[in-house]
Design a protein around this ligand. Structure first.
Ligand code: SF4
Ligand code: SF4
Length: 313
């Protein structure tokens, strides 16, 4: 096996190792989730209890009032399970242009959450819904019956106008193992054809995300002895053209305890932005050095990867 060089050594233009204009505030409300997917970089699941405090939720809203963020991106775990979820979404909606909620779809059918599709539609919330494949193979990585429940939730969202041009519905693909995603554009065509033909489901776009070697997926790589070969695969596919579009250059990410990070992956890697929290966030909005690690090769391999899918180069 070859030694993969430190990620910082492949960034030859130092300006790309710094943040630019921060346009996105990503808020991770907690690690609790009704699923326990094998590829989860955060190791989220039903037994996780970390949740953002009410004070930190208030501080996120305060920051949104003070600073003009174009996009607010609410994630988890299942962010919908946080008790302040609806309060946060309702208050944040008028404070940004786009408000994205990352949903695993299945929760939207469960008692106590089944009014959320209408709630999202009323507020024109953009939904990024994980659906790691267009067939039942999804159940292998996410659990029994998850695919069928995801399709039922998508049909409900379609019935409210999602994916039909006015309310935005994007699907998220993750590979089912230690390999890179295929071309986002061609996979999107496959998803579109099969989901329409077999289930009558429509959506706006497909976002492909490379599995990051952290959390539950990182544990799987270690256990199966595949960590080194996966890192080598990412390194061999390193594409310098993706560096300007790394999402950490234009966002900050708030963790459940109010710590600030460059991105959700750095939350999993426990690499916070030094000296700033959501209660004291101003300095994190100024240009600063990004905290990179070896996991960053997942963002820069092949077509690149971010919470917005492949990176435009
Ligand atoms: S990948 Fe998403 S849906 Fe799956 S366990 Fe993690 S947070 Fe939950
Ligand atoms: S993992 Fe985070 S810090 Fe590293 S390149 Fe990706 S977005 Fe940037």
């Amino acid at each position: 096996m070859m030694a993969v060089p430190p990620f910082v050594s492949v960034i030859t233009d130092s300006s790309l190792a710094e943040t630019g204009d921060i346009g996105t505030l990503q808020i991770n409300l907690g690690r609790m989730c009704n699923l326990s997917c094998k590829h989860c970089h955060l190791g989220a699941g039903p037994k996780r209890r970390e949740m953002m405090t009410g004070d930190a939720v208030d501080a996120c809203l305060e920051l949104l009032r003070k600073h003009a963020f174009e996009t607010v991106d609410i994630t988890g775990g299942s962010p919908e399970m946080h008790p302040a979820f609806k309060r946060l979404v309702s208050a944040a909606r008028p404070l940004c242009e786009n408000l994205i909620v990352r949903s695993n779809l299945t929760l939207l059918l469960e008692p106590g959450y089944d009014d959320l599709p209408e709630f999202f539609a009323r507020l024109s919330v953009e939904i990024c819904a994980s659906l790691p494949h267009y067939t039942k193979t999804v159940d292998k990585t996410r659990g029994d019956n998850v695919f069928a429940r995801s399709i039922a939730a998508l049909l409900k969202l379609n019935s409210l106008g999602y994916g039909r041009g006015c309310l935005s519905l994007n699907l998220v693909f993750n590979p089912g193992g230690a390999f890179l995603p295929p071309s986002q554009a061609s996979l999107e065509r496959e998803y579109r054809d099969v989901l329409k033909r077999d289930y009558g489901v429509v959506f706006d776009g497909l976002l492909t995300i490379t599995n990051n070697p952290l959390g539950r997926f990182g544990d799987f790589l270690e256990r199966s002895g595949n960590m080194e070969s996966y890192m080598e695969k990412l390194y061999n596919a390193f594409n310098p053209a993706t560096l300007p579009g790394m999402m950490c250059r234009s966002q900050i990410s708030v963790g459940p305890d109010g710590s600030l990070y460059d991105c959700d992956f750095n939350q999993a890697a426990e690499l916070p932005i030094a000296g700033a929290t959501i209660f004291n966030a101003d300095s994190a909005l100024d240009p600063r050095k990004i905290r990179f690690g070896q996991h960053c090769y997942a963002c820069t391999a092949g077509q690149g990867s971010s919470c917005g899918g492949a990176i435009k180069t």
